[in-house]
Design a protein around this ligand. Structure first.
Ligand code: 1PR
Length: 593
């Protein structure tokens, strides 16, 4: 079995070590030693090869792929995808491993500056440039594409490898788009890129806040672009050198085909690459699995009515709707765009003690190639023996086990309350720490609000809205009170105030539940979803209450939600995911098919 340890994790123990706010171009990279520039300062495409490095033919077997993992984040997904395709993985330990690779995949994870720091310090930057200059088979993914450019504005400017002319900048949220760009988009395939041969008009999965834009200087490199408020570079190809901004390892079957074509370049084209139509970000349909241990000690998928997961019988047992790994695999096959696991007793059972949940992630991520989110119990914790675990350690274990995003519930409420009270970002909350280290696109805040009716907007010091359906005593107004510990305790903060605060603290997405609607099958709380999705610039996932496909189109037509999540109707097999997608298509709402 191939090694799975990240070879540079000892060097990069934490990305925190590398944060920088330098405004000048940072430390010169070894790559600059052999990149020549023309009079305009642009990069010349011919490199001067460093004498010290040379590429030699390798005798590595056909089924081995070399992986450059510099230890900054979760590359488990790409490992799983490569194994699924029948390849074993050789990890890069030294620059020589890059030069000797038969095919090299660089799944850049994390932020630009720390990645370049590691590449420079270890001599990998120079080896990478030489490898690419020699037209060896290369596939960069996400940050692995961005690092090929001259520089990035992310915490910078920071100098990149300089292989491709251009500067990587942040999406402009003032153009009315939500940043990060999270979700599924179709591509405009510009020229024969080979690895995109099976993509056509199908959607692929993106998650990023920075992007490179097409220009006259880099147009020869571009193999596809994508529209998200503007046209940005979604893939490049020159000879054997490829890079993609999207995540093939998280793009379902079409993503696996991209990897397969890179690994087997001689595969016949099954379908002519088609010009993708200009497409919008597809609305996502998410399947959610509330997971907990039942009274027999088995980990089960359960589902509550207004958060009560026990049967209304004499035994009062925990409702059991199936096995987490099996159900997740089924929902992947059925076309779920994402799968969320919520460890609903995580607030009282420490998740690192709850190893079955970690096992669920490990097993699921072997065969499920869409994004996985996991939540429940992410907070600092001291166990019975006095050992302290930081929330960062808990999140790290989840990421290592296959999660792409973690979701924080109760702890985010406490952090938001503290922030609103003091007006100070301490940087110490789990939300701030995890988003600083793994990026805000990896951090979801799950809100569990309960509707509280009032007679007058001034009755409470929280955001009050006029509701579509009056309360039991004819009240025309309501606010949405946040809760912690799975809805057991109401807190002095509203969903509106919480959403704004957690966005400031570094959340990349909001999972917006509603206790009143949970399990009722009567539709999402449109008033609540509209309130929150109009108030923040990050994506909002509408959750709780879906009963029919029509409820999905309603929430997308009436609010700015980016995704809609359901549990009960999928678990009880009342509505297949495909029916939801077909209905949305009929209503001309773009979805991934
Ligand atoms: O507070 O950080 O430990 O996180 C706990 C997490 O567990 C939170 O995300 C919280 O939402 C979740 N949770 C806690 N208790 C329950 C419960 O049900 N007793 N589940 C719970 C939340 C709501 C949704 C549900 C939708 C859709 N469940 O996840 O899937 O309402 O359901 P539907 O389509 O059937 O209506 P922490």
């Amino acid at each position: 079995m191939e090694a799975t340890a990240a070879p540079f994790s000892s060097i990069v123990s934490s990305r925190q070590n590398f944060s920088s706010s330098s405004s000048s171009i940072r430390a010169s990279s070894p790559a600059s030693l052999f990149l020549s520039r023309n009079n305009n300062g642009n990069v010349n495409r011919k490199f001067k090869s460093p004498r010290s490095l040379s590429v030699r033919a390798s005798s590595t077997s056909d089924s081995v792929v070399t992986l450059l993992d510099y230890g900054a984040g979760n590359v488990r997904s790409i490992r799983n995808a490569l194994r699924h395709l029948g390849f074993s993985i050789k990890d890069v330990q030294t620059p020589g491993d890059i030069l000797n690779a038969d095919r090299l995949i660089f799944p850049g994870v994390g932020a630009f500056a720390p990645a370049m720091d590691v590449l420079n310090r270890t001599g990998m930057a120079e080896a990478l440039c030489t490898y690419i200059e020699n037209d060896r088979p290369f596939l960069g993914i996400c940050l692995g594409l961005q690092l090929l450019f001259e520089s990035s504005e992310e915490n910078g400017p920071v100098k990149g490898l300089g292989v491709i002319p251009g500067i990587v900048g942040r999406f402009d949220s003032s153009a009315g788009i939500r940043v990060p760009h999270i979700g599924w988009n179709a591509l405009q395939v510009r020229k024969d890129s080979e690895i995109l041969d099976d993509v056509g008009n199908r959607h692929v999965y993106f998650v990023h806040s920075y992007r490179a834009i097409p220009s006259d200087e880099n147009k020869d490199w571009i193999s596809s672009t994508c529209n998200y408020g503007e046209s940005f570079i979604s893939s490049i190809r020159r000879g054997n050198v490829h890079a993609v901004q999207f995540h093939p390892e998280k793009s379902g079957e079409v993503g696996l085909s991209v990897l397969r074509r890179f690994l087997h370049p001689k595969l016949p084209a099954t379908q002519k690459p088609m010009e993708g139509k200009a497409s919008k970000l597809a609305k996502r349909v998410i399947a959610c699995l509330d997971v907990r241990t039942n009274d027999n000690g088995d980990l089960v998928v359960t589902k509550g009515d207004q958060y009560d997961v026990r049967e209304q019988s004499n035994e009062n047992e925990v409702r059991n709707l199936g096995k987490p790994v099996d159900l997740a695999g089924q929902y992947y096959k059925d076309g779920a765009d994402e799968i969320s696991f919520l460890n609903i007793t995580g607030f009282r059972d420490f998740p690192l003690g709850d190893l079955p949940m970690i096992q669920v992630l490990r097993h699921t991520s072997k065969n499920v190639f869409v994004p996985l989110t996991v939540g429940g119990g992410i907070r600092d914790f001291t166990d019975a023996s006095g050992r302290y675990y930081s929330s960062l350690e808990v999140a790290a274990e989840y990421f290592r086990s296959g999660a792409d995003k973690i979701s924080i519930g109760s702890d985010a409420v406490y952090a938001a309350e503290e922030f609103i009270k003091s007006g100070v970002k301490t940087g110490k909350s789990s939300l701030e720490q995890i988003s600083r280290v793994y990026g805000n696109q990896a951090v979801v805040v799950s809100i569990d609000p309960r509707r509280v009716y009032v007679n007058h907007p001034d009755d409470v010091p929280y955001k009050v809205i006029r509701v579509t359906n009056p309360g039991p005593n004819g009240e025309e107004y309501a606010w949405y009170q946040c809760t912690v510990s799975g809805g057991r305790e109401g807190r002095p903060i509203g969903a509106f105030e919480l959403a704004k605060a957690v966005e400031e603290l570094g959340a990349g997405e909001i999972l917006l539940n509603c206790i009143d609607c949970d399990g009722q099958g009567k539709g999402f709380d449109i008033d609540l979803v509209k309130l929150i999705s109009d108030s923040v610039g990050i994506p909002v996932i509408a959750s709780s209450g879906a009963g029919t496909p029509r409820h999905f189109s309603e929430v997308f037509e009436k609010t700015n939600a980016s995704a809609a999540l359901a549990a009960g109707i999928f678990h009880r097999k009342e509505v297949p995911i495909q029916s939801v997608k077909e209905h949305l298509q009929e209503e001309r709402i773009e979805v991934r098919i």
